[in-house]
Ligand binder design. Structure first.
Ligand code: NDP
Length: 483
């Protein structure tokens, strides 16, 4: 008990004489306006909540490491992959999508799988999901889609009708709907699910050759899922089940691990591949592009403070490092804008300078970007705030230029499809690789939800399921009592 006494101060560092009693005019009188400490305390409390993320609000996060286990230098010059055995620091945030910040972890939902790798050439963010595909392939549909996952404008309740109405008119959603309503729609926990970069990205090697790439993080704990009955029970009894399961697991040294693999497509093969390789509703079958192992990600350190490290963590697909880049995927292109836009709204224009987001690679972030709300470092100091300048300021370096990407065609609003109507083949393939038990559960899960919607929507959906696989459609129709 010999610890030095810590004196409580105001935010301005002034000692606080009393943290239990506000100052009043006389023993029974009203509170005085001059009690600035009371004002500071209440005013700061009123501002504790920052805008909640519209999507991915509920999450758990952890720090970890990424270790390279295989040489992929022939595909990418990214320094993160430069040597087998190389280990770097990373941070991961794992979320549900639709629910609010206080919602249950064990709902049927896609899970966000957002990773920040603090590489020596800046931060690489891979902002993916636990599913390899998504509901839509064009961001112009995104706000509408998310509205269907949120609350009815009148009742403020979630609505099975809204989501099925939307999906029934957007057949490209069928692949992701099939994954969502399969056993994998409710993971047993964060360590027991895979993660995917989802989009097609590009790799660029030291010879400036481009490859298209997909990222897969396969769980080393094995896929484990939760039954709907178990999930519903936990949603009432322990809504933060996944959050503290991850925390406790790391606390006791049981560190979850994932193997990172990539699928690689040489640049020009994209022109003639049977699937549009930039369509986010499609996978590249492993038979065409096998997985190539790259490394291991391990989560091994809990955050010390949730708000500072998890809530303020800001991931963006725009954060790619030399050797890793974008592709013509329309959804990726839109997310390059919308994630940073969300963070500027949520955290302010200096969000990249917050400790959890700041690169480990350099202390000097762009010195020509100045000022803005909550600029808490030296704001670029006395150095020049414009470029070009004659005073030794930082300069661009064209050695980081990417090889030019050939694009063609007329500007128009194209439905991103090949000649054949291909929205049904891959959901059908997934249905056909499922065991009989998984197929039965898939059909039960869908039927339970579809029972709540008008028959015209049910019929449209049965049309889609049947086009994917006759047995899939028949199973749903039978479950709904329709022929
Ligand atoms: P493969 O047999 O080579 O791979 C099947 C894949 O499906 C495996 O990655 C497996 O993951 C995954 N899988 C199994 N059950 C489910 C489920 N309920 N939800 C989501 N994924 C599941 O086949 P193909 O590569 O030819 O793909 C066939 C279908 O598999 C695709 O149409 C797609 O729906 C699905 N899939 C394909 C992926 C790919 O990148 N090719 C990735 C994920 C799914 P695991 O090995 O972890 O068990």
């Amino acid at each position: 008990m010999s610890e030095k006494k810590k004196i409580l101060t105001t935010s301005a560092g002034i000692p606080v004489p009393d943290n239990q009693t506000s100052m009043t005019a006389g023993k029974r009188g009203p509170v005085l306006l001059q009690d600035h400490y009371l004002q500071e305390k209440l005013a700061h409390f009123n501002r504790e909540r920052i805008p909640e993320r519209v999507v991915h609000a509920k999450a758990a996060g952890a720090h970890g490491t990424f270790t390279v286990t295989n040489d992929i230098k022939k595909y990418t010059k990214a320094k993160i992959f430069s040597k087998v055995g190389k280990k770097i620091q990373m941070f991961g945030r794992f979320s549900t999508v639709a629910g609010e910040k206080g919602s249950s972890d064990t709902v049927r939902d896609v899970r966000g799988f957002a990773l920040k790798f603090y590489t020596e050439e800046g931060n690489w963010d891979l902002v993916g999901n636990n599913t390899p595909v998504f509901f839509i392939r064009d961001a112009i549909k995104f706000p509408d889609f998310i509205h269907t996952q949120k609350r009815d404008p009148q009742t403020n309740c979630k609505s099975d009708v809204m989501q099925w109405d939307f999906w029934s008119q957007v057949p490209e959603a069928l692949h992701q709907v099939t994954i969502l309503f399969s056993d994998r729609g409710i993971p047993q926990g964060i360590p027991f699910m895979n993660g995917y970069g989802c989009h097609t990205f590009s790799f660029i090697n030291a010879k400036n050759e481009r490859f298209w790439v997909k990222f897969h993080f396969k769980t080393q704990q094995g896929i484990q899922c939760m039954t709907p009955a178990e999930a519903n029970k936990l949603a009432g009894e322990d809504p933060d089940f996944h959050t503290h399961q991850l925390f406790e697991s790391i606390k006791k040294g049981d560190y979850p691990k994932w193997t990172l693999s990539v699928q690689i497509m040489p640049e020009l093969e994209a022109d003639n591949y049977q699937w549009n390789p930039f369509d986010l509703t499609k996978v590249w079958p492993h038979g065409d592009y096998p997985l190539i192992e790259v490394g291991v990600m391990e989560l091994n350190r809990n955050p010390i403070n949730y708000f500072a490290e998890v809530e303020q963590a800001a991931f963006s697909p725009s954060n790619v490092v030399p050797g890793i880049s974008f592709s013509p995927d329309k959804m990726l292109q839109a997310r390059i804008f919308s994630y940073t836009d969300a963070h500027r709204y949520r955290l302010g224009s200096n969000f990249e300078r917050l400790p959890i987001n700041a690169p480990h690679a350099t202390k000097v972030q762009n010195p020509y970007q100045r000022d803005g709300h909550m600029r808490f470092d030296d704001n670029g100091g006395p150095g020049p705030n414009y470029e070009p300048n004659s005073f030794g300021g930082a300069k661009e370096d064209h050695s980081y230029d990417e090889p030019p990407l050939k694009l063609f065609g007329d500007a128009a609003r194209y439905e991103q499809k090949r000649g054949v109507d291909d929205d049904y083949i891959q959901p059908g393939n997934l249905y056909r690789i499922m065991s009989a038990k998984q197929q039965k559960e898939l059909i039960e899960n869908i039927t339970k939800s579809l029972k709540k919607v008008p028959s015209a929507i049910q019929e449209r959906m049965i049309g889609h399921f049947s086009k994917a696989d006759k047995a899939y459609g028949n199973g749903i129709a039978k479950g709904l009592g329709l022929s």
